[in-house]
Design a protein around this ligand. Structure first.
Ligand SMILES: Cc1cc2nc3c(=O)[nH]c(=O)nc-3n(C[C@H](O)[C@H](O)[C@H](O)COP(=O)(O)OP(=O)(O)OC[C@H]3O[C@@H](n4cnc5c(N)ncnc54)[C@H](O)[C@@H]3O)c2cc1C
Length: 390
């Protein structure tokens, strides 16, 4: 039997791969391979599921709107930033959309045109350069299949098999991201961003989704689980409620630290989204860059002229530069002394009302709802004990 030949093989159908698969013109014969299954079972990408302003803009540029059933409750518009070292807390306005990440991925896949041959529940095992292009081997339904393609696109995220195969030397700083889900028991669901230099030089977060409370963080690879548990204990002491674990998930997350970390590919290999290192090193927000890099590659390929790799590199220069500027912003968020200065200055923070701005460790000024809770009465606010808000 003849081995099938395609123009483009896309490995991975996250926001990057699905966007590219949707946008490539009919003249290309495209195969897309992804390890997620069609339903709720199987692999799901661990994610905070927050669609930033940039990602909203990227979706809007395609005139796309989000179906209601991928949104979750509650919608949030502020982040509670908690610095465990300086014991400071600040609220900042953020215009995120809170959604179910797995449903978002499946929705993006559902709008890929039928002309693209999509293989779900299929794991790419290896990719190789051949005389005419690339061979791609993947496992599907217990069998190994091999196909050939002229162009190969790595849209397979942080642990990209395409990047590891063709650019083994282009290693990029990475962390183990761990997330745990619990039944939500906080009376006031909130979104928080947590800094704790003792357990991680990156950040953690918590968020509510449909009465579930998610706590996650990015931890150095040296004893990540211990660090995660240590941080949880600290947060419990200031009023976080964890309870019974519903599920634990983990995956790598990249955090570029130099311009060289972004890798677009060459000689017929293309990297898009997080596989290319296109993720914000300050907030770990990567959905917008995934969509935007895919959009740029589709434009280059659909135009059909010139050296695709060279043109793709040129088209993503401003995106890479924007992320590079975020590398420069990192010290102000992650260097404890500078972060303390920024947070103390209150620049761009929201002035909270009286009950939220009290110094919660001081029993005389403790907010009334926390006082009620101490008396065993429900209805407290999510007071952070021992933290200074103003
Ligand atoms: C815990 C966590 C929380 C995050 N929270 C946010 C957030 O709230 N907002 C935000 O904007 N960004 C967030 N990010 C970053 C964001 O998830 C990624 O940057 C973004 O998803 C990158 O999109 P992508 O399409 O490039 O890759 P991915 O979304 O990682 O998609 C890669 C796809 O490739 C598939 N795949 C991987 N390997 C193979 C293989 N060998 N064979 C077949 N298929 C394969 C996977 O199934 C997946 O569908 C978070 C990251 C983590 C780890």
């Amino acid at each position: 039997m003849m081995t099938p030949m395609y123009d483009v093989a896309i490995i991975g159908l996250g926001p990057a791969g699905s966007t590219l698969a949707r946008l490539l013109e009919t003249r290309y014969r495209v195969i897309a391979i992804d390890k997620k299954s069609a339903g709720e079972n199987g692999f799901q990408k661990p994610c905070g599921g927050l669609i930033s302003g940039d990602a909203q803009k990227a979706l809007a540029s395609f005139d796309l709107t989000l179906p209601k059933d991928i949104l979750v409750d509650p919608q949030i518009f502020a982040v509670k930033t908690i610095d465990l070292k300086s014991r400071l807390i600040r609220h900042y306005q953020r215009c995120y959309i809170n959604l179910d990440r797995h449903r978002f991925d499946r929705w993006l896949e559902s709008i890929i045109p039928d002309r693209v041959e999509v293989h779900q529940n299929s794991s790419c095992i290896s990719v190789e350069r051949t005389e005419k292009g690339f061979s791609v081997s993947y496992a599907e339904g217990g069998k190994t299949q091999t196909v050939f393609a002229r162009y190969l696109v790595g849209a397979d995220g942080a642990n990209s098999v395409v990047r590891r195969t063709f650019y083994p030397a282009r290693k990029i700083r990475h962390y183990l991201s761990i997330q745990q889900w619990f039944p939500e028991t906080h009376p006031n669901p909130f979104y928080s961003c947590i800094f704790d230099p003792e357990t991680s030089d990156c950040c953690s977060w918590s968020i509510s989704k449909n009465r579930q409370f998610i706590f996650g963080g990015a931890f150095p690879l040296d004893h990540p689980r211990e660090r995660f548990e240590r941080q949880k204990k600290k947060l419990e002491q200031i009023g976080f409620r964890f309870g019974k674990v519903v599920k634990t998930e983990a995956c790598l997350v990249l955090r570029p630290s130099s311009f060289r970390d972004f890798c677009c590919g060459r000689d017929g290999v293309f990297l898009i989204g997080e596989a290319a290192g296109l993720i914000s090193p300050s907030s770990l927000e990567g959905i917008s860059s995934a969509i935007n890099s895919a959009k740029e590659l589709s434009r280059v390929m659909n135009r059909g002229i010139g050296d695709f790799n060279q043109r793709y590199r040129a088209k993503t220069r401003s995106l890479r530069f924007k992320l590079f500027l975020k590398i420069l912003k990192c010290p102000f968020m992650y260097q404890p002394f500078l972060r303390k200065l920024v947070m103390k200055s209150g620049i761009q923070s929201i002035k909270m009302t009286a009950s939220e701005t009290e110094y919660f460790g001081n029993t005389e000024s403790i907010c009334p709802s926390v006082r009620l809770a101490r008396l065993g009465i429900n209805g407290e606010r999510d007071g952070m004990k021992g933290f200074r808000n103003k």
